[in-house]
Design a protein around this ligand. Structure first.
Ligand SMILES: Nc1ncnc2c1ncn2[C@@H]1O[C@H](COP(=O)(O)OP(=O)(O)O)[C@@H](O)[C@H]1O
Ligand SMILES: [Mg+2]
Length: 233
């Protein structure tokens, strides 16, 4: 696929395939187009050429309902976008109730299970401003998982965190990627179209609720590598 903003060609023929349950990390310099790629996949940006398919269906074709597509895609950004006037539980249950049409009871049961799995059970009734940045970002990830996405896009979810809080968020990513240490970054490259590093071989498919089929992580320049964070975008 290709994407330009005016004369600036940001994505010059990206060719990327991600297997079911595979976690990949996009590594590249600030401004190399990592966020743009994720935004294109979530149909927040239109593409100029090429096509994007999710689970076999083309999502960039004519007449595709963008809202319908986005229901199957979770996206979490660098800054925590939790609703400050809602408890953790309401933050997490809002979309499942509105978008998936779950009953309050079912949405709360699923949210509680997810919060429990990600070590946030005791924060259920807390408001976001009473949580640490790492906890807020974990809630944001849980909120994205609560809509049962087929694809989860994480755009530098650790880059606004203090270094000591990064690990807890990465542990969450490892948890749902299916095995410990799975979300490993490849070597940093300047060019995004060479930088779609396979993080690890596909893990076996499992019918595991709350686990997206595949996950793409814009990690900044090395946020997920053991060398620590170097990106700033
Ligand atoms: N909406 C936009 N309009 C114009 N230029 C944009 C827009 N969004 C991003 N860009 C430009 O596209 C390039 C890639 O940006 P981005 O995808 O945010 O990079 P990264 O996430 O890798 O840091 C940058 O030069 C940025 O300034
Ligand atoms: Mg970015």
């Amino acid at each position: 696929m290709r994407k330009a903003f005016g004369k600036l060609e940001v994505l010059r023929g990206i060719d990327l395939e991600v297997a079911e349950h595979e976690v990949i990390c996009l590594i590249g310099a600030s401004g190399s187009g990592k966020s743009t790629l994720l935004r294109c996949i979530d149909l927040l940006e239109s593409i100029d050429a090429g096509r994007i398919t999710v689970a076999g269906s083309e999502i960039t074709g004519r007449g595709v309902n963008a809202n319908q597509v986005r229901r199957d895609i979770g996206i979490v950004f660098q800054s925590f976008n939790l609703f400050p006037h809602m408890s953790v539980l309401r933050n997490v249950t809002l979309a499942p109730r509105k978008v998936l049409g779950l009953s309050r009871q079912q949405a709360e049961a699923e949210a509680t299970e997810l919060l429990d799995r990600f070590g946030l059970a005791d924060k259920r009734d807390e408001y976001p401003d009473r949580l640490s940045g790492g906890q807020q970002q974990r809630v944001a990830i849980v909120r994205a998982l609560a809509t049962r996405p087929q694809l989860l896009l994480l755009d530098e979810v650790t880059s606004a965190l203090d270094p000591e809080l990064v690990a807890e968020v990465l542990n969450v990513i490892r948890l749902f990627s299916g095995r410990r240490g799975a979300a490993r970054a490849g070597p940093a490259r300047a060019d995004l179209h060479r930088a779609a590093a396979r993080a690890h071989p596909p893990v076996p498919a499992a019918d595991h609720r709350g686990r997206p089929a595949l996950t793409a992580v814009d990690s900044g320049a090395g946020a997920v590598s053991s060398a620590g964070r170097a990106g700033d975008s």
